[in-house]
Ligand binder design. Structure first.
Ligand SMILES: O=P(O)(O)O[C@H]1O[C@H](CO)[C@@H](O)[C@H]1O
Length: 310
């Protein structure tokens, strides 16, 4: 099929099914329009999780573009507060920040979109494909998560070694839809999504920085949200081998892996999941943001040192 035919096919598919993807040509056009507005030519991408937008402070010579000024980029659908004022999801600003870190050119997403905001999974991953076509080779994906592993503490930093794509069991996967081989293969493997090379570097640098006491390596589970988990769901995840759970990351990682970007996932355990039926504890987003603030400096130190080592 010629390129223009692929475009037409994609459009037809979007009319026929729930598929709302962007064609290779769409993504190329968006990537070019972004690059036309900045001097930076990034090789490294960083996605900031809830409360971790401060990672942008690591960058020098910053250039900022708002998501709302980029074609197709998902802006936070947020919520209407009790004063009837619209607010984005707290902790997700919606800015694409370009800059330099240890002599390397970086693009950083200050804020991400989530399934629970009402977006189709294909919209959520558009920025990752745009990063790819801007020249990104390596992606650091961060998030806030709830600890399932009973040995984990609030404030632990977990290097992600694997994930559990729970919505994927019902085909909620960004790779569903017509495959364009220019991005990657129809049936990509998912057993090595998280680069062993980068995991080793993060671990060794974390140890050198004195973080061994709260540095972990574990399995992240992606759930749709926005409700936090029930006790039974948490117990199920524990049996399944999950160490920490959240509502993001996996779609981005699957797409990055599909198009050959090397991925490093780092999760900040911001709260402990409620594992007892009679517990008085409840999960809440305020605690998530609070822990993010407390560990922001450590997360910055770690990622900055790792990028310096690459
Ligand atoms: O995964 P990130 O974006 O860090 O955010 C996490 O924090 C929010 C819940 O407090 C959810 O959005 C969850 O996914």
């Amino acid at each position: 099929m010629a390129t223009s035919e692929v475009n037409v096919f994609c459009r037809q598919m979007s009319g026929m099914t729930s598929y709302e993807g962007y064609s290779y040509e769409d993504v190329s056009r968006i990537a070019k329009s972004v690059l036309d507005r900045v001097k930076c030519r990034p090789h490294i991408g960083i996605i900031c999780g809830s409360g971790l937008g401060g990672l942008a402070n690591m960058l020098e010579d910053k250039e900022v573009i708002l998501y709302e000024d980029i074609e197709g980029f998902p802006v936070s659908t947020g919520h209407i507060n009790l004063e009837h004022t619209w607010k984005p999801v707290p902790g997700h600003a919606g800015q694409l920040v370009f800059g330099w870190l240890h002599g390397k050119q970086v693009v950083l997403m200050k804020g991400r979109a989530h399934l629970y905001e009402g977006y189709d999974v294909h919209k959520i991953i558009l920025p990752v494909r745009v990063m790819k076509l801007m020249g990104v080779k390596m992606l650091f994906v961060t998030n806030a998560s709830g600890g399932i592993n009973p040995d984990y503490n609030v404030g632990d930093i977990m290097i992600i070694k694997d994930h559990f794509n729970m919505p994927g069991f019902a085909a909620v996967n960004p790779l569903v839809g017509p495959n364009d081989d220019r991005f990657g293969p129809r049936f990509p493997p998912a057993s090595q999504c998280y680069s062993l090379r980068l995991r080793k570097i993060v671990r060794s640098i974390g140890e050198k920085l004195g973080m061994s006491g709260y540095l972990r390596e574990g399995v992240y589970c992606f759930l749709g949200g926005p409700s936090f988990e029930t006790v039974t769901e948490c117990r199920f995840l524990k049996v399944a081998g999950v160490d920490a759970t959240g509502m993001s990351t996996v779609p981005e990682v699957l797409v990055a892996g599909h198009c050959g970007i090397e991925v490093c996932g780092i999760s900040l355990v911001t709260n402990k999941c409620v594992m007892e039926y009679d517990s008085k504890q409840v999960a809440n987003h305020e605690e998530v943001l609070e822990t993010g603030e407390k560990r922001a400096h450590d997360m910055q130190k770690l990622i900055s040192a790792v990028v310096g080592e690459l």
